[in-house]
Design a protein around this ligand. Structure first.
Ligand code: FES
Ligand SMILES: [Fe+2]
Length: 428
C-alpha cells in the first residue's frame, strides 16, 4: 500500500520515450525532492560520506550529510567506524557542530546529553532531579535513547553509510565493473591534501548528469580542449554497471596528430592550435599508472565521484540543499608516499579542475543555466538521445548513454513509471 506521504507527492508523468527524456519537474518540484530523501537517500543505497584517511585515529569524527540529513561518522576506541544521525535524542538539536575533529564523547550543547562514539547515550544532567524533585522517573532507560544509528561499511578506504537494512553488501553494491577501477586508484594509502567546497544553484541531479556526460568536456570546457586536457576525439568511452547506476567515463591518450586531425576534420571551434599558455607548468603531468588514460571519472550512485584527471585525484561528494541548490565538496588526494614533485603537481592541477579553476566553475555555471531556464513548465522535458536511446556501455565519448543509465536507476528507486501518474507507483 502506498503511504499517505507517497499519495501526497505531486503528480509526475514520465514520457513514453523513457530514459531518453527527463521531465524538468524532477529538478524543481519540492514534493519530488522530499520523496527523494525518503526513497532514494534513505532507500537501498550506500551513501559515500568520507575516507578512512580523514579519520585515522580513535575519536576522530566527521560531520556530513546523507541527502540533506545531517550525520556524524566516528572511529571508536577499538578502531571501528560508526555513523549516526546528528540529531539529539532529547529534543532534536544538532549534537556535533564542527566539520571534523577528535572527541571521546559528543555532547549536545542544549541540555548536555552526552553520547559515546557509537552513538549510545551515556550522560544525562539532573537525571534524578535535584533534592528529590524533577528529573526522570525510575524507569527511564538511556539505552532507549541512543542516536539514530546507520550502517557503515568501507571499500578501498571509502566510507559509505546506509539507512536501509535491505541494501546489498557494499562490495556487491559497487559491483564487479566498478571495483577494479577503484582498486587501481586506491592501490596504496592515500593522504588528504585539502578540500574545496562549491555551492551551486541547481538541482543535485543536474550534477549527476554532468559527471556522466563525456561530450560536454571538449565543448563547454574550451580550455581543456584547446590545451589538450579533454577532446572528444580521444579514445575512450563510458562503462556502466549492469543496472546503469554507476559509471566510469574514461578518456585515453592519442597522438597529437590524431587528435588535431579529428578536430579539424569536424571543424570544431574549440580546437585553437594558435593558443599557448604563458606558464605551461599548469599542465605538466607525470605518468604514474601503467595505462594510457588521461581522465577517468568514476561515479557511484547516488552522490560520489572519484576523479582522476591528469595527476589530480579527488573524491567529490555532492549534497542536495533543497530542490535548487547543492554543495559540491572536493576532497583532494595524493598518496602517503608521494614525493614533493608529484604532490606539487597534484596541488597545482587541483586549482585547474576545482571551483576556482576552469572545469568545475564551468560545470557549475552550466548547471545554473539549466536551473534558471526550466521554471514552472511541468510538461517540458530534456532530450537525451545522443548515442542512441539505450542504456549500454559504449566505446565512445560522444554519447549520453550513462545519463540514461542514471535515470533508469533513479526511476526504479523512485517508482516513476512511463506515462502513468506517479503517485502510487511502487519502486521495482
Ligand atoms: S536537545 Fe540535546 S540535550 Fe536537549
Ligand atoms: Fe564538465
Amino acid at each position: 500500500m502506498p503511504t499517505s506521504h507517497q499519495e501526497n507527492h505531486s503528480e509526475l508523468t514520465w514520457p513514453i520515450e523513457g530514459v531518453a527524456r527527463v521531465p524538468y519537474q524532477v529538478f524543481f518540484d519540492p514534493a519530488i525532492y522530499e520523496l527523494e530523501q525518503e526513497r532514494l537517500f534513505r532507500g537501498p543505497v550506500w551513501n559515500y560520506v568520507g575516507l578512512e584517511a580523514e579519520l585515522p585515529h580513535s575519536g576522530d569524527f566527521k560531520a556530513t550529510f546523507v541527502g540533506d540529513t545531517p550525520i556524524v561518522v566516528t572511529r571508536d576506541q577499538e578502531g571501528a567506524l560508526h555513523a549516526f544521525v546528528n540529531r539529539c535524542a532529547h529534543r532534536g538539536a544538532l549534537v556535533c557542530r564542527e566539520l571534523r575533529g577528535n572527541r571521546a564523547t559528543h555532547v549536545c550543547v542544549y541540555h548536555q546529553w552526552s553520547y559515546d562514539l557509537k552513538g549510545n547515550l551515556i550522560g544525562i544532567p539532573f537525571r534524578k532531579g535535584i533534592e528529590g524533585k524533577g528529573g526522570y522517573a525510575a524507569d527511564f532507560s538511556p539505552t532507549q535513547h541512543s542516536l539514530h544509528k546507520l550502517r557503515a561499511a568501507t571499500y578501498d578506504g571509502l566510507i559509505f553509510v546506509s539507512f536501509a537494512e535491505d541494501v546489498e553488501p557494499l562490495a556487491e553494491y559497487i559491483g564487479p565493473t566498478m571495483r577494479p577501477w577503484l582498486d587501481k586508484i586506491f592501490h596504496r594509502p592515500v593522504r588528504v591534501l585539502g578540500y574545496a567546497r562549491q555551492l551551486i544553484n541547481g538541482n543535485w541531479k543536474l550534477y549527476a548528469e554532468n559527471v556522466r556526460d563525456p561530450y560536454h568536456g571538449s565543448l563547454l570546457h574550451l580550455f581543456s580542449a584547446t590545451f589538450g586536457l579533454a577532446r572528444s576525439s580521444q579514445g575512450g568511452g563510458t562503462l556502466m554497471d549492469e543496472v546503469g547506476r554507476h559509471d566510469i567515463l574514461h578518456a585515453h591518450r592519442r597522438t597529437e596528430a590524431q587528435e588535431t586531425a579529428a578536430y579539424t576534420n569536424e571543424g570544431l571551434r574549440s580546437y585553437q592550435a594558435k593558443y599557448s599558455l604563458a606558464d605551461p607548468s599548469l599542465l605538466k603531468a607525470r605518468p604514474e599508472f601503467q595505462d594510457d588514460i588521461t581522465t577517468s571519472i568514476h561515479t557511484i550512485f547516488p552522490c560520489l565521484v572519484v576523479q582522476r584527471i591528469s595527476n589530480t585525484l579527488a573524491a567529490r561528494q555532492f549534497l542536495p540543499k533543497g530542490p535548487d541548490k547543492f554543495e559540491l565538496i572536493f576532497t583532494l588526494l595524493g598518496y602517503e608516499d608521494d614525493d614533493e614533485e608529484i604532490r606539487n603537481i597534484r596541488l597545482k592541477q587541483a586549482n585547474l579542475v576545482g571551483p576556482a579553476g576552469f572545469i568545475s566553475l564551468e560545470d557549475g555555471h552550466a548547471i545554473e543555466l539549466v536551473q534558471q531556464a526550466i521554471v514552472h513548465d511541468k510538461t517540458a522535458c530534456s532530450f537525451i538521445e545522443f548515442g542512441g536511446r539505450e542504456v549500454a556501455s559504449q566505446d565512445s565519448l560522444v554519447t549520453e548513454a550513462a545519463i540514461r543509465g542514471f535515470w533508469q536507476y533513479y526511476r526504479r528507486l523512485m517508482g516513476f513509471n512511463e506515462s502513468q501518474r506517479g503517485g502510487g507507483n511502487h519502486a521495482k
